[in-house]
Design a protein around this ligand. Structure first.
Ligand SMILES: *Cc1c(COP(=O)(O)O)cnc(C)c1O
Length: 376
């Protein structure tokens, strides 16, 4: 089944007899037992709920995993993932990372005795040099947030070899429509389903997809134990969003290519970071390992005043955090997504007052460009 077909048909609800085309919202906390010692397969909705299970099966199918767990949001997924590790364990994480992941690693994971080393995961020898006996995972985001650096997943798998190190990939930006890290050797794939999967800025959701049934089972148990599960209604919205993932991703990417080209030519724009530009350092790698470049663009303008004027003056484009919805959103990483990253670290990564991030939506590219143009 091709990805666009899988988005619509990979999970089918066969547990009822009405012929409903869409999975019902099983808004029930508990489930009655047919008889002593018997179960319908559902006992209590924290453990499993049919609507959530449907979303999980869909994600597992789309990513080519053995199983998936659905969480209340992306951070709930990542914080549950961190419970796989013990005090004394170390993880290597991409040095340009979603701000919420950095906050989790530097505060709660650190308190729990798990140390994170930030490395440039686009550079395999840097990762090789950072691996120690204590390393239990390599945590990769690709393309990264906000600098759009791309890491080589098959190369990373080859480097890790059969060492006892989990290869974890946050695939929020490309989605399973464009990229399947498990097929390249990843053990666990993360999604903030809040973004492209649900796709309409109307719900939070998170997923962990596992390559093996053993890992899927461990994460399922952790999810049930910790309890930050996806609600039936939010699972429904996510499944509904995924039905149109293919057309949304195609349109958003088509817009992004046009907008990136336009930004590059604008006199007040000094730098454009988009994996789909032929002069991006990882353009060839992206073409090799993925089916698309996505629709996230970061760019730098000539000064802070220009950046702030843009944020003040956009009309169609919305000045807001988050990404991956049908609306085009403009984000200011320095005060929004990356406000809590220590200043020295932020600046060393190029996240300063001149940097803006654009999540390109599915409006007309012409209208988006016209709005950015008048605001600039
Ligand atoms: C948004 C985001 C997260 C966190 O997801 P929430 O649903 O907001 O909790 C994690 N990783 C990436 C790359 C994200 O963009």
């Amino acid at each position: 089944m091709k990805p666009e077909t899988a988005c619509i048909h990979a999970a089918r609800d066969t547990s009822h007899h009405t012929g409903a085309v869409m999975v019902p919202i099983y808004q029930s906390a508990t489930f009655s037992h047919p008889g002593f010692g018997q179960s319908t397969g559902y006992d209590y909705s924290r453990m499993q709920n049919p609507t959530r299970e449907h979303a999980e099966k869909l994600l597992a199918a789309l990513e080519g995993g053995a199983g998936a767990s659905a969480f209340a949001c992306g951070m709930a997924a990542i914080s549950t993932l961190m419970e796989l590790f013990q005090p004394g364990d170390e993880i290597l994480a991409t040095n340009d990372l979603y701000g919420g992941s950095i906050r989790l690693f530097n505060t709660i994971s650190a308190k729990n005795g798990i140390k994170t080393h930030y490395v440039d995961t686009t550079n395999l020898s840097a990762v090789q040099a950072a691996i120690t006996e204590k390393t239990k995972a390599v945590f990769i985001e690709t393309p990264t947030n906000p600098m759009m650096n791309v890491s080589d997943i098959a190369g990373m798998r080859a480097l890790i070899g059969n060492r006892n190190i989990l290869l974890v990939v946050d695939n929020t930006f490309l989605t399973p429509y464009f990229f399947n890290p498990i097929s390249l050797g990843a053990d666990i794939v993360i999604h903030s389903g809040t973004k492209y999967l649900a796709g309409h800025n109307d719900t939070l959701a998170g997923f962990l997809v596992s390559k093996t049934p053993e890992l899927a089972e461990r994460l399922h148990t952790l999810k049930n134990t910790l309890g930050s599960v996806l609600s039936p209604f939010d699972a429904f919205l996510t499944v509904r969003g995924i039905k149109t993932l293919a057309v949304r991703m195609e349109k958003a990417q088509q817009n992004a290519v046009q907008i990136a080209d336009w930004l590059k030519k604008h006199p007040k724009v000094t730098e454009v970071y988009y994996a789909g530009l032929p002069d991006h350092p990882a353009y060839a790698l992206s073409q090799r390992q993925a089916r698309g470049f996505g629709a996230m663009i970061s760019f730098r303008v000539d000064c802070e005043e220009t950046a702030q004027r843009l944020l003040n003056r956009v009309e169609l484009v919305l000045y807001a955090e988050s990404l991956g919805g049908v609306e085009t959103l403009l984000t200011y990483p320095v005060t929004q997504t990356h406000a809590e990253v220590p200043e020295a670290e932020r600046l060393s990564r190029g996240i300063d007052g001149c940097l803006l991030r654009l999540s390109v939506g599915i409006e007309s590219a012409e209208d988006i460009v016209a709005d950015l143009n008048q605001a600039l």
